[in-house]
Structure formats: structure tokens, C-alpha cells
Design a protein. Structure first.
Length: 135
């Protein structure tokens, strides 16, 4: 698994609070990293309005495989690509790297829903175009 296998990368600095009592980034924190890189892309490239938009993405499924420990104050890199785009859903593949070492990788499925009804809705065109660039 290489960073070059992914279409988008961004730095993810660890925080003191990310460490657990065992002295490494706690497993649940990786899910926050996943959410961060996905939403950074959706906001910056897809125009997602998380505060007032009519459509929002909700997590329907997530999975993570842990390979290598990280700890504060490590500087990590999040990597993102899209595996599948449906009518109202998208499956992402994400990896977190420390240098060239993959610490964790996983999947994350977003279903786009109407904010008011929480019913699935087609992915808006600008978001779909941004997601297509990650394939």
C-alpha cells in the first residue's frame, strides 16, 4: 500500500489527546481521521455546506485495519480514493501513513440524504464531480 495509490492526500497532525494509556494513537481516533479527510475533500472540492446545505452525507458503514502504531507528536498523512459511486452513496478507501509506512487503512460508506427528512437523495452534481476525480 503506497500513498501514490490514492488521489488525494493531506497532513494530519496527531494531538496529545489522540494518545491512549498505552502510549499510541487510540483505535477510535483513526475513524475521526477518516471522517476529517473525507469531509475536507467534500467541503473544498464538492462544495458541501455542512451547516446549511439541503444534502448531507451520513456514515452507513466503516471499517479499519490497523497495521502500525502512531503516537503524538507524529505527523501523519491521510490518503483518500473512491472505490464506488452509486446514485446516493459512495464508498471511500482511506489510508493513514507515517512517512511511507501505512498505519491503518479502511473503508467508509457515505449515503447522501436530505437534511430535513434523512431520506436518501441523489448525490448533488458538484459533489459527484469531485468524487469522480478520486476514482
Amino acid at each position: 500500500m503506497n500513498k501514490s495509490d490514492y488521489r488525494f492526500t493531506m497532513p494530519i497532525p496527531t494531538r496529545w489527546i489522540d494518545n491512549d494509556v498505552y502510549g499510541h494513537v487510540n483505535n477510535v481516533v483513526y475513524y475521526a481521521y477518516f471522517d476529517t479527510i473525507i469531509n475536507r475533500w467534500l467541503i473544498d472540492e464538492g462544495g458541501l455546506d455542512i451547516a446549511k446545505g439541503d444534502v448531507i452525507g451520513v456514515c452507513a458503514e466503516s471499517q479499519c485495519t490497523y497495521l502500525h502504531s502512531a503516537t503524538f507528536p507524529d505527523e501523519l498523512v491521510g490518503a483518500l480514493r473512491v472505490a464506488k459511486i452509486g446514485n446516493s452513496s459512495v464508498t471511500y478507501e482511506i489510508a493513514i501513513f507515517l512517512g511511507e509506512t501505512c498505519c491503518a487503512h479502511g473503508r467508509f460508506v457515505h449515503v447522501f440524504v436530505a437534511r430535513d427528512t434523512r431520506k436518501p437523495t441523489p448525490i448533488p452534481p458538484r459533489i459527484r464531480a469531485a468524487l469522480e476525480r478520486l476514482k
